[in-house]
Design a protein around this ligand. Structure first.
Ligand SMILES: Cc1cc2nc3c(=O)[nH]c(=O)nc-3n(C[C@H](O)[C@H](O)[C@H](O)COP(=O)(O)O)c2cc1C
Ligand code: SF4
Length: 490
């Protein structure tokens, strides 16, 4: 596939960087998923989960969390629905997928590209600012502010990088935008490039999504044949080699450069000094996919959706412990109880012990706090996060200590190794909670003090959101489940 398609490239890397990747030179054939959603649903297919647990190379995650425990060889489509006054993102996905340019255009696609190209770049930037669109990759940073910073840079070459790494176990929204609506992403990338002056773009796609790679290869070819790409702006796709940390934007740029994908120090910001030292706009798939709708319908129509400081819509990936798992588009402001009861129709079995909304680095929301409304600041106020919107429900058949141990095992394995508390501290925390989980005893005073010190160090000194997020996750558990926490750690 790569030899024939000039837009698809395997990751070029220095030999010393190879050891960083879990899937370098490996295929997914026969792999079962080790992701957190599969862990939460392990009782539904113990044999498959046992296969995952025995695997020499764990795989987090295959993006099939609506049918967990999952493996690489089986796939079904999820239930897909929009619960918003305006469906910004899922029209084509709900239609079953639009993978040919002619059909995309027949359904109204491409008009936003023409409208944006007819506008002055600064006006497109203003439009995105007025829409109040925030980054959907996890951090929620205002997209318009980044576009303006990038547009202000004068450089002979500027880059747009689409973050299609979707590493958060429990999330599969980018997967379906990529597989079912590739031209929306390409159209969005062209608009972003026009607005910010980017001349070349890369889609960094995770290896765990082979179907998306095949769809993108064909779509990029078609877009080039139609002269959407090639002249002012070109776009290619690079396939990762299996590393959660490569989703962090500075590590991702190192990966694209073929270097060891450790996190970079900031400042300088990437819009000043990013890929190959040049101005770079990194944006998540879902963030970009909102842009054609914003151009076509206006910034105010977008900002009219949502609530508080979180405007517009958000995709939520509901995992298989719900009665109705699937991919949902909702407006910000929806109470989490409605996510659980009205979208998910409650749990298939057991009593709800907690819900993780933003992936493994977000905290667990306990049942008494399900009145919280979905919003960046609102989730932060309870020590949790919107993250990328992977909603994992835990039933009371999964002990809380087992979830915490699993999150730290994942965290330890995916640490890039640059900061000592994350590199050396997370394996110790994984071991500590593993001991609690396996019932080898309540931790002693020494362990408790060590745990607190490690969490403080992770929170205060981590260079990136991985270490910080792990600490915040543990603190949220400590806050919301004080009984369990003190039973483990005194
Ligand atoms: C450990 C870690 C993993 C991340 N993984 C992803 C990812 O898989 N996909 C993504 O879009 N953003 C991910 N991010 C966030 C990116 O660093 C960055 O904020 C994002 O790509 C910017 O795009 P946005 O503003 O459109 O969200 C991750 C961040 C951290 C700290
Ligand atoms: S916090 Fe962890 S993952 Fe992030 S830079 Fe430090 S060592 Fe790497």
């Amino acid at each position: 596939m790569f030899a024939r398609n000039t837009h698809m490239k395997p990751l070029q890397r220095h030999v010393a960087a190879s050891s960083f990747y879990h899937l370098a030179g490996k295929t997914l054939d026969g792999c079962a998923c080790n992701g957190l959603a599969c862990f939460a649903a392990r009782a539904d297919d113990p044999v498959r989960w046992a296969t995952a647990s025995r695997q020499a190379v764990p795989v987090y995650c295959l993006g099939k969390c609506y049918a967990s425990p999952a493996d690489a060889d089986h796939d079904v489509r999820p239930y897909v629905a929009s619960h918003s006054r305006g469906s910004v993102l899922l029209e084509n996905v709900r239609h079953g997928g639009v993978r040919a340019l002619a059909e995309y255009q027949r359904r109204g696609g491409g008009a936003a590209r023409l409208a944006a190209l007819a506008m002055a770049p600064a006006d497109v930037v203003r439009l995105v600012q007025a829409s109040q669109l925030r980054g959907r990759g996890g951090a929620g940073f205002p997209a318009g502010r980044k576009w303006q910073a990038m547009a202000a840079q004068a450089a002979p070459r500027k880059y747009l990088v689409v973050n299609a790494d979707e590493g958060d176990p429990g999330a599969f929204s980018d997967r379906f935008l990529l597989e079912d609506d590739p031209f929306r992403l390409i159209e969005a990338a062209i608009i972003a490039a026009h607005a910010t002056g980017a001349t070349h773009g890369y889609i960094y796609l995770r290896k765990e999504y082979p179907a998306a790679a095949a769809v993108l290869a064909r779509a990029l070819d078609e877009a080039r044949a139609a002269r959407w790409l090639g002249a002012a702006f070109d776009l290619e796709c690079v396939i990762g080699e299996g590393s959660y940390l490569c989703g962090e934007e500075t590590a991702l740029l190192n990966a694209l450069e073929g270097r060891r994908p450790e996190v970079r120090l900031r400042p300088p910001q990437l819009t000043e000094c990013g890929l190959y030292g040049l101005p770079t706009l990194v944006q998540n798939v879902e963030t970009l996919c909102a842009v054609p709708w914003i151009v076509a319908n206006g910034a105010h129509a977008y900002a009219a959706l949502g609530f508080s400081q979180s405007r517009g819509t958000k995709l939520l990936s509901l995992n298989s412990l719900f009665n109705r798992p699937g991919l949902y588009e909702v407006e910000f402001g929806m109470p989490l109880a409605a996510v659980v009861d009205e979208l998910g129709l409650g749990l298939r079995r057991g009593r709800l012990a907690g819900v993780m909304v933003g992936g493994p680095l977000a905290g667990i929301v306990p049942p008494p706090l399900l009145g919280t409304r979905l919003g960046y600041e609102e989730m932060q106020a309870i020590g949790c996060a919107v993250g990328h919107g992977g909603v994992i429900a835990f039933a009371d058949d999964t002990p809380l200590a087992a979830i915490v141990a699993e999150v730290f095992r994942f965290g330890a394995r995916e640490s890039c190794g640059k900061c000592t508390p994350c590199h050396l501290g997370t394996p110790r925390l994984a071991a500590l909670f593993g001991a609690v989980q396996s019932g080898t005893g309540r931790a002693g005073t020494g362990e408790m003090a060590q745990c607190d010190a490690l969490l403080d160090a992770l929170e205060a000194t981590s260079l990136c959101g991985h270490g910080r997020g792990l600490a915040e996750f543990a603190r949220a558990v400590q806050l919301h489940y004080p009984g369990e926490w003190s039973a483990w750690l005194g």
